[in-house]
Design a binder for this molecule. Sequence first.
Ligand SMILES: Nc1ncnc2c1ncn2[C@@H]1O[C@H](COP(=O)(O)OP(=O)(O)OP(=O)(O)O)[C@@H](O)[C@H]1O
Ligand SMILES: [Zn+2]
Length: 651
Amino acid sequence: MASEEQLAAIKGAKVLMVGAGGIGCELLKTLALSGFEDIHIIDMDTIEVSNLNRQFLFRQKHVGQSKAKVAREAVLKFRPHIRITPYHANVKDPDFNVDFFKQFNVVLNGLDNLDARRHVNRLCLASGVPLVESGTTGFLGQVTVHVKGKTECYECQPKPAPKTYPVCTITSTPSKFVHCIVWAKDLLFTKLFGDKNQDNDLNVRSTDASSSSEHAEDVFERRADEDIEQYGRRIYDHVFGYNIEVALRNEETWKNRNRPRPLYTKDVLPPQPVEQNGNKDKASKTCDPTSVSAMAYLGLKNPQDLWSLKENSEVFLEALKLFFLKREKEIGQLGFDKDDQLAVEFVTSAANIRAASFGIPLHSLFEAKGIAGNIVHAVATTNAIIAGLIVLEAMKVLQNDVKSYRMTYCLEHSSRKMLLMPVEPFEPNKSCYVCSETPLTLEINTHRSKLRDFVEKVVKAKLGMSLPLIMHGVALLYEVGDDLEEDEVANYAANLDKVLSELPSPVTGGTILTVEDLQQELKCSINIKHREEFDEEKEPDEMVLSGWTPALAAEKKTKTSDNGPSSSNASQAVQPEPEDDDELEIILKDPEILSAGNKRKLSDISNTADSEVSRVTGEMQTKSHVEEDDTHTDTIMIDGNSDISKKKRVQ
Ligand SMILES: Nc1ncnc2c1ncn2[C@@H]1O[C@H](COP(=O)(O)OP(=O)(O)OP(=O)(O)O)[C@@H](O)[C@H]1O
Ligand SMILES: [Zn+2]
């Protein structure tokens, strides 16, 4: 029960909720039922059918409508007297500036991506409004509190990079199904249906370039007048047969590994394509490209079935054929999308054929889709728990009850009757470039890299700035904005194509650049260090940004699966299966949700003397470990006074 004071604080509060998805729907409902009367909601999305199983404010009839607006209407039905202001918009829109943020007592995030989270963090810091941040992934979740000057900000700890695999594992020596998925999705699919100009390791690494260059030359291009069935079989024989034979020639590679088996269509399929009783007509009449399906054509109904090698080979050829026959216009610009049925069918079958070749167990389309789309199924209950915790923290923030702030982790397996683990928040990281203005250092080849590389790869991608302004002393090198004169726009555009050392105000080793985002009111200094050479594999961007160090050095490796934008990136991949038992076994829907902060804090705690906490943490680190004395636990403990909640951070 809330006290009189709490109720008064709640009633008088004006709160901003960002995101009205899985967490957001639960949060709005809980806020309304807890007595909040002035709630603003920003969400840029419309409702999709796939949201309905867990976003309970939405119904079938709402599909296609604004989430923010429908969520408002749904809650007003049972709380008609409160004020809910919806914005169907991107939180990064310039309208939501520092002044807009200043009107709120607290901001509550229910977002699903790093970019928007960082943006909101910066606006909260700039406006001095406390932020309660959250995320869930399946059974895991967390709520953290960020108050300027009092606790760490959302960006005080660098976020872990998504799980990556060495290129040679993907192209030459896969040992797990996920390696085959990455190969099928990021290399083969992209090679056949994506941007032809994009760098792709498929040719180079999976064939012996020196001895087979003429064989590999343009092998993926369909020849003029080539029958589509012939083309498909040629691709199949090349990637699953010929390339494997070439790889086998390198005896060194296979000394300590199982040798793969080359697969050719003639060994797996009958010589002529098989007509499927009447299904062909059905497939060819389909006009909606998104409903084109090789499975449907082949009469394969259950996505959870395990297909044989022959069936996979048929799906492979059929899917490739359907892309060329039904979706030809899209070829050259397709990227893998987990919601694209034909793409999932193609990738599943290609990954399975490769898996068969390498002696790796095959997977169903359903499983393969989960891996390829980095899907961890959402759990509505976790969202509800997290939403409740957000409200509890918001109430403490409104009463300025700093001592009671907690970051709470929702665990998958209870330990000692605890499913929720509250931890005291950490102090701001003094070397955080976002909240402490610490200068960063950038190693870069100033004679080779262009300003454009710096803007795209550092300022936008790494620093997350949207409207950057770059200065060298008093000289403006780059700026964006609606109010620029034409000649300024032309100057900046010209600068982008210049190498750093040839800019009007040359950037060389020893230069200090000031980078600023006017909307986020974030400013930071970057010390430039000239460096000639970079490691192609480890530093493909040819630049290394440093100076932004975690507060605690000891980091554990975290497995991640990325729920970010559906763009596929050859270096990113899911890690759904445990690899090594000694690694932290948290499977993340998106790396930014249960981020570095989470693993650091958990491992910090495990280093403390408190065995109870160590046990909880230990369980998270080795998921398969079963607690002997914990077979009938269904209690959730969120006792703010428990020993655990009093644990101080280790410095
Ligand atoms: N920049 C942004 N501005 C406004 N809203 C955003 C922004 N980024 C994400 N969101 C919203 O945050 C919500 C996150 O909710 P959730 O994680 O449940 O995702 P979802 O898109 O509803 O579901 P799923 O991705 O699992 O299909 C979404 O409704 C999304 O529109
Ligand atoms: Zn910070």
